[in-house]
Design a protein around this ligand. Structure first.
Ligand code: HEM
Length: 148
C-alpha cells in the first residue's frame, strides 16, 4: 500500500495505538529529551510538577490528533498568549517540544514504526507548528502593523 493511500490522520491514530500498547507513560522521556534539545526550557519548567507537565502533554497530544486547527482558534490564541507573555516561552521551544514527542514515540515503537508514520508525523508537526506560529501574539502584532 502506498504511503498516501492511508490518510495522515489514520497513520497518526495507528501510531498512537501502538504507542499506547508499547510505550507506557511517555511524559518523563519527552521532557528529558526536550530539556536536552532546548536551552532555557528546563529553567522555565523546573517548578512545574509532573501533574501539570502531564496535563500540558495531554493537550499537546490532543492537538497532534487534531486534523483541522481552524477549530482550535480560541484555544491556540489563549495558550500562545499566556505562554509567550506570562511564562516567557519563545517560539523555537514549541518545535523542540513537538520533535521530542515525535522522537520518543518513534524510538518507543521501534521496529513497528513505518514510513507512513514518519510521513504523517512530519506533516502533522509542520501543520501544528504553523498553527502555533499564526496564533503567537508577536505574529498578530506583525499582521496588525502590516495592515496599517
Ligand atoms: C503546543 C504546545 C503547548 C501547549 C498546547 C501547552 C499547553 C499547556 C497547558 C494546557 C498548560 C496548563 C496545564 C495545567 O495547569 O493544567 C501549560 C502549562 C505550562 N506550559 Fe505549556 N504548552 C505548550 C508548550 C509549552 C512550551 C514549549 C513551554 C516551554 C517551556 C511551555 C511551558 C509551560 C509552563 C512553564 C507551564 C506552567 C505554567 C504554570 O502553571 O505556572 N509550554 N501548558
Amino acid at each position: 500500500m502506498s504511503i498516501q493511500a492511508v490518510s495522515v490522520q489514520d497513520q497518526i491514530i495507528a501510531s498512537l495505538e501502538i504507542a499506547a500498547e508499547k510505550c507506557g507513560d511517555i511524559s518523563p522521556a519527552v521532557y528529558e529529551r526536550y530539556f536536552e534539545k532546548s536551552p532555557g526550557s528546563e529553567e522555565l519548567m523546573v517548578q512545574i510538577d509532573h501533574l501539570v507537565r502531564g496535563k500540558m502533554l495531554d493537550e499537546i497530544m490532543r492537538l497532534l490528533m487534531t486534523e483541522d486547527y481552524s477549530m482550535e482558534d480560541e484555544y491556540l490564541t489563549f495558550e500562545m498568549k499566556t505562554h509567550e507573555e506570562a511564562y516567557s516561552v519563545i517560539k523555537s521551544m514549541y518545535g523542540s517540544l513537538l520533535h521530542s514527542v515525535w522522537e520518543i514515540l518513534r524510538e518507543g515503537i521501534g521496529g513497528e514504526w513505518t514510513d507512513g508514520f514518519e510521513y504523517a508525523w512530519d506533516k502533522r508537526i509542520q501543520a501544528l507548528e504553523l498553527a502555533i506560529e499564526n496564533h503567537s501574539p508577536s505574529h498578530q502584532i506583525m499582521l496588525g502593523e502590516s495592515n496599517e
